[in-house]
Design a protein around this ligand. Structure first.
Ligand code: ADP
Length: 316
């Protein structure tokens, strides 16, 4: 706003005023200050958001690389131990150093158990790499879920009971036919059974059940082991993730088992549910949908993306 008294003789007494019609100069300056401050504020916020994004990405990458190196160490350890045991007992048997039949049977059992463990570990790793490469396919065929579960439990009953566990199987009558990849479901179940064994201490009891619930069939594996704190319930399904407790630390594992179980459940249009109380035990439940008419028989591509919590590990 400019105001000036005219000095020329012919305009004497006239005052000249110049002003913006809408706003005074102070108002205009204030308006500009507000918009510029808002703009600078916005740029600052964007910069901070960018920094936060870079920070979380770097942390995620660091975490992933730490998990990967832990995984390599764990897997090497898992491969080495059973191989060493198999060699030791096979050599002892070969050299004829075993005096009693009972000892021989015991050594054969150890060889059998350790080679099963190796097979399961290698199956997990092969499946994991197929999933990561997007090459894993599930072939869902109409099958009897109860029979699949029974086969697995029967095959593993002996070695499980040998380790001092009570193993119960409860299968409901008249289960509907399901669209399943029997091999994948068996593998999921074996992984859950293995965990139930690995993470049980004093109370050695495993209960497997198959029962319908609404339009789903639930397969549960319950143990009375160390349990899992609530805060870890989500994360244990991430690939490579292992809870950092002392027992878990001394127990061998690759951190892939549950990620695979979850992937398999999702490939069947289902999910994995967990209820667990630390110190009291855990129940993992595969909840699988019963197909409508005409389902099954088609190969089904694996769910897109990688295993486990994709967001946390930043995989595509
Ligand atoms: P791992 O090879 O370490 O067993 P998993 O993916 O199968 O890998 O399991 C991830 C983690 O979840 C385990 O390291 C363990 O901490 C926890 N966990 C899984 N199953 C159980 C269970 N039945 N009881 C207690 N903790 C479990």
């Amino acid at each position: 706003e400019v105001e000036r008294a005219m000095t020329a003789p012919s305009f004497e007494g006239v005052r000249l005023q110049l002003r913006n019609r809408a706003r005074s100069i102070e108002q205009e300056v204030r308006r500009l200050a507000v918009t510029k401050t808002a703009l600078i504020g916005f740029i600052d916020v964007m910069l901070l958001a960018g920094l936060a994004l870079v920070w979380t990405n770097v942390r995620r990458e660091l975490k992933l690389s730490r998990l990967k190196s832990d995984f390599v160490a764990n897997v090497s350890h898992e491969l080495k131990t059973p191989l060493a045991l198999i060699r030791l007992f096979a050599e002892t048997l070969e050299l004829g150093r075993v005096s009693t039949e009972q000892k021989k049977t015991q050594y054969h059992r150890i060889i059998n158990k350790e080679s099963r463990r190796l097979t399961q570990l290698i199956n997990n790793i092969l499946d994991f790499s197929r999933i990561e490469a997007g090459r894993k396919e599930y072939r869902l065929v109409r099958s009897d879920l109860a029979a699949v579960v029974r086969d697995v439990v029967d095959a593993y009953r002996f070695p499980i009971e040998q380790q001092g566990f009570a193993l119960d199987l409860e299968v409901a009558e008249d289960l509907p036919e399901m669209a399943l990849d029997p091999e994948a479901i068996s593998q999921a179940l074996i992984n859950l059974l293995n965990n139930a064994i690995k993470y049980s201490t004093e109370e050695k009891s495993i209960r497997v059940s198959v029962r319908p619930e609404g339009d789903r069939v639930l397969v549960s594996v319950a143990d009375r082991g160390i349990g899992i704190p609530k805060a870890e319930h989500k994360r244990i399904f991430e690939k490579f993730y292992r809870v950092e407790s002392s027992l878990v630390h001394t127990t061998k594992g690759s951190g892939l088992g549950l990620a695979l179980v979850q992937h398999i459940a999702e490939a069947h249009g289902g999910r994995v549910e967990l209820t667990s109380v630390p110190g009291e035990g855990s129940t993992f439940t595969l909840s699988l949908p019963v197909p409508g008419e005409g389902g099954g028989g088609e190969p089904r591509p694996a769910p897109r993306g990688t295993m486990g919590n994709r967001e946390n590990l930043g995989q595509p």
